[in-house]
Design a binder for this molecule. Structure first.
Ligand code: HEM
Length: 455
């Protein structure tokens, strides 16, 4: 077993065929952002707990009933955002497409069974196989605790950097960064590589690295998003973040050209507690634990073992408008209690939201358009993303959330955002104006430059 510095325990690599008795099966920055303001609520934005909105996933015609009394015959699959019965085969938590997470989980289980059987058959017949090579390190700044400050810097490579020679310059830059990336104490630097970098340098992009699709309600400005090389620097102070950014930039003059940058912060939060966002709600409660992160955040054994993907969304929040809602309404928009972050049906912060609980009037206690319901992993076969958000505050009318989410396939984000876009009760209070996606290669080590085998 290999123990990671963040306490995540890795499974042994069973894919290395070192012995005939080993199983061979499938166990295998430029101008600052110009605030335009979130789309302001146009009418009454009060969320309703009784009437169910149209299903965000399934197409609905104007005459189609959407409430709980909606008939679900065999010709019409149930709305994946409305609860059914977990015991039913049609329950969304059970129904994901072929090749989807649940299927992969099943295959994983079968593979594990095959592995166990193969190992049992080999007992006592051979001396122990040589240890598999240790997996590459994971980059910091993903699953480790969040320091109070972050600086996000996105770059493109300079005009003269392209093709094989450009690739060599970028490799040399990463090698020169190694001591700063692997320092044990102080700020963490997480490096991401954008989709446009690979063709520019004549390299093959990792398979899942593609620009994100467009989502309903997006108000994206190209200069506020994207980028070919990305740095997430996290530290205890803004000065420490900025100092490290300068040192990294000085190491490789001329290779990178700034595209956008943004500083972020978290409020002072007692150790072990969940920080609050600028709407005043605890944000990060339902993040995956270490075991779930192994399944949904890090890439497993293969060409990009211990890599991950990062989705960045720059989201302006209409803090004043949201703050004017009575707290009880804010809670129904979000789907959690403001004081302690617990679910609406009661219980402590980490209690699981009850998707089935009804009010005495028959509506869902957790409204059908509540953020937490629509974002819930239950509607995607249990698939999870790791949110590592920071707040930003550029001006009284330009405050918001730096949504940073890590996952082993950017499509996991897209599937959640499709459910939210145009349906989330939070929608009238938020504006997505910047977007980016990056491949986060395995970490650098003393003998291993960053992005080895990738570029
Ligand atoms: C627009 C600004 C957003 C705000 C203010 C916000 C805030 C919150 C809050 C307060 C929670 C409940 C506590 C928690 O579990 O962390 C939450 C949960 C969650 N949010 Fe967001 N969020 C935003 C955007 C997004 C986006 C863009 C996504 C992904 C596409 C997302 C995905 C999730 C997920 C997956 C959960 C956990 C659901 C669960 O398992 O209970 N959020 N968010």
């Amino acid at each position: 077993m290999n123990s990671e510095p963040d306490g995540v325990t890795l499974s042994p690599d069973l894919t290395q065929p070192t012995d005939t008795c080993r199983p061979t099966g499938p166990a295998q920055l430029t101008s600052p952002a110009q605030p335009t303001g979130p789309a302001r609520p146009t009418g009454p934005v009060e969320p309703t707990g009784l009437a169910e909105p149209p299903c965000p996933v399934l197409p609905t015609g104007p005459a189609q009933p959407t409430g709980p009394a909606r008939p679900t015959g065999p010709a019409e699959p149930p709305c994946p955002a409305l609860p059914t019965d977990p015991a039913q085969p049609t329950d969304p938590a059970r129904s994901v497409g072929a090749g989807g997470p649940a299927r992969r989980g099943l295959l994983g289980g079968l593979a594990a069974l095959g592995t166990a059987a193969a190992l049992a058959g080999c007992q006592g017949s051979r001396s122990p196989a040589p240890a598999a090579p240790s997996p590459p390190p994971r980059q910091p700044g993903v699953t480790d605790p969040q320091p109070a400050r972050a600086l996000l810097l996105s770059y493109d490579v300079s005009p003269g950097v392209h093709g094989p020679a450009g690739r060599e310059s970028v490799r040399r830059m990463f090698a020169a960064w190694t001591p700063l990336l692997t320092a044990r104490d102080g700020p963490t630097v997480t490096v991401g590589l954008g989709p446009a970098l690979f063709p520019r340098l004549g390299a093959h992009a990792p398979e899942a690295l593609r620009d994100l699709p467009a989502f309903a309600g997006d108000r994206l400005r190209p200069e506020a998003g994207g980028g070919q090389v990305f740095l997430q620097i996290c530290a205890a102070s803004p000065a420490a973040c900025a100092d490290l950014a300068r040192r990294l930039e000085r190491t490789a003059p001329g290779v990178l050209r700034p595209r956008w940058q943004q500083a972020g912060f978290l409020p002072e939060t007692p150790r072990g507690e969940t920080p609050r966002n600028l709407f005043g709600f605890k944000d990060g409660t339902a993040n995956p634990n270490a075991k779930q992160a192994d399944r949904w955040v890090w890439l497993g054994p293969g060409p990009h073992h211990n890599a991950t993907y990062l989705v960045v969304r720059r989201i302006r929040l209409a803090t004043a408008e949201f703050g004017e809602l009575p707290v009880e309404r804010q809670e129904r928009v979000m789907g959690r209690r403001k004081a302690h972050g617990g679910p609406l049906q009661g219980g402590p912060e980490h209690a699981e939201p009850d998707l089935y609980a009804k009010t005495s009037q028959g509506g869902y206690l957790l409204p059908a358009d509540a953020h937490v319901r629509l974002a819930h992993p239950r509607f995607d076969g249990g698939a999870r993303i790791l949110r590592r958000g920071y707040s930003y505050d550029n001006a009284p009318d330009d405050q918001g959330l730096l949504f940073l989410a890590y996952m082993n396939d950017p499509d996991l984000f897209a599937r959640v955002q499709r459910r939210l876009a145009g349906h989330d009760a939070l929608g009238p209070f938020v504006e997505h104006y910047g977007s980016a996606v990056f491949f986060v290669p395995p970490g650098a080590g003393p003998q291993r430059p960053l992005a080895e085998g990738v570029l």
